[in-house]
Design a protein around this ligand. Structure first.
Ligand code: CP
Length: 339
């Protein structure tokens, strides 16, 4: 079986991405009725975090538990990754003991290198370039909250804010799926040409569109969803005054901007949010804010992803084979001189 990793949605077709989402929706439906099939019984996921996380860590860990598996949280200082042991050796060892590897790495090159050496699927839990598991969750959430008379391909997403890793993944997945994506930001903070080129190439195939816009009022005219993210992240603290001056007050998602969008428009945020900075409390807590549905959907999405990548790789022993091995081992134990 071909080994595939989940590093970048660009490595997946529209059909494959929709299959993952459908699977997540189906497992979510079962979960909501009180049953999560233990499709990953006995499996283990190694989770490496070079940066803090609430949603990603909890969603992957709970997803593994509910699917009958187990997740191991590994943070810098507790493992040798890249310091006393090469990425190659770490990838090989984790592949021998675990069924999959998850990593949130500071540099995108770290996860691509891990994936190059790993012999089990590697999941990207955010890098300085992208956040693909968040993007799959976001599309699943949009499908749940879209107007009933619109298809996925009719949806307009307006992202107001910086060209973050979340923006890159959202722009690429929506354009791959044939949706309509607009980033609203000052020129300096708009997506770089190489990201736009990938999005335009997606659009040429999918029928989607991608736009850059400096004016928030123009940018939200057709928005079915307005999305924002932090204006600065870990390591950008020295840029806070400059970034605040560039974005505030024009690009803050407040009621003035939200009310300029169509009356059905929903508000999304990957979280964590800086309330009162990139978005006001009035919008975060607005009846058309879907941020906590979106956040919960991380759990359902991770289940879809984990099952999609791991289940086909598992060996499913027959009842006869299980009984045979158990019997042989028990017979052996009974022959030992146990204390
Ligand atoms: N959205 C997201 O990735 O949240 P965490 O940083 O808490 O994992």
């Amino acid at each position: 079986m071909q080994l595939r990793h989940f590093i970048d949605t660009q490595e997946f077709s529209k059909k494959e991405l929709l299959n993952i989402i459908e699977l997540a929706q189906r497992i979510k439906k079962a979960h909501q009725q009180g049953y999560t099939p233990e499709l990953l019984h006995g499996t283990s996921l190694a989770m490496i975090f070079e940066e803090p996380s609430t949603r990603t860590r909890v969603s992957f860990e709970v997803a593994m538990t509910q699917l009958g598996g187990h997740a191991i949280y590994l943070k810098p200082g507790e493992i040798h990754l890249g310091v006393r042991e090469s990425l190659y050796d770490t990838a090989k060892v984790l592949s021998r003991m675990c069924d999959a590897i998850f990593a949130r790495t500071l540099k995108h090159e770290t996860i691509t290198e891990l994936a190059r050496y790993a012999d089990v699927p590697v999941f990207n839990g955010l890098t300085d370039y992208n956040h693909p598991t968040q993007a799959v969750c976001d599309v699943l959430t949009m499908l749940e909250h879209k107007p009933t008379n619109k298809r996925l391909e009719d949806l307009h997403i307006t992202f107001i804010g910086d060209a973050t890793n979340v923006l890159s993944s959202l722009m690429l997945i929506t354009t791959r799926l044939g949706m309509h994506f607009t980033q609203v930001a000052p020129k300096k903070y708009q997506a770089p040409p190489e990201w736009i080129a990938q999005a335009q190439s997606n659009c040429a195939e999918s029928g989607g569109t991608v736009h850059l816009e400096e004016d928030p009022i123009k940018g939200v005219q057709e928005a079915d969803f307005i999305y924002t993210d932090l204006w600065w992240w870990v390591g950008q603290e020295d840029q806070i005054p400059e970034r605040r001056a560039a974005f505030m007050p024009k690009y803050q998602v407040n009621l003035d901007i939200f009310n300029k969008a169509p009356s059905h428009c929903k508000f999304m945020h990957c979280l964590p949010a800086s309330r009162g900075v990139e978005v006001t409390n009035e919008v975060m807590d607005h009846p058309r804010s879907i941020i906590f549905d979106q956040s919960e959907n991380r759990l359902h999405t991770e289940k879809g992803l984990l099952v999609y990548f791991l289940y086909p790789r598992l060996k499913h022993a027959s009842m006869e084979l299980k009984a045979y091995h158990r019997g042989e081992i028990e017979t052996m134990i009974n022959q030992f001189d146990l204390i």
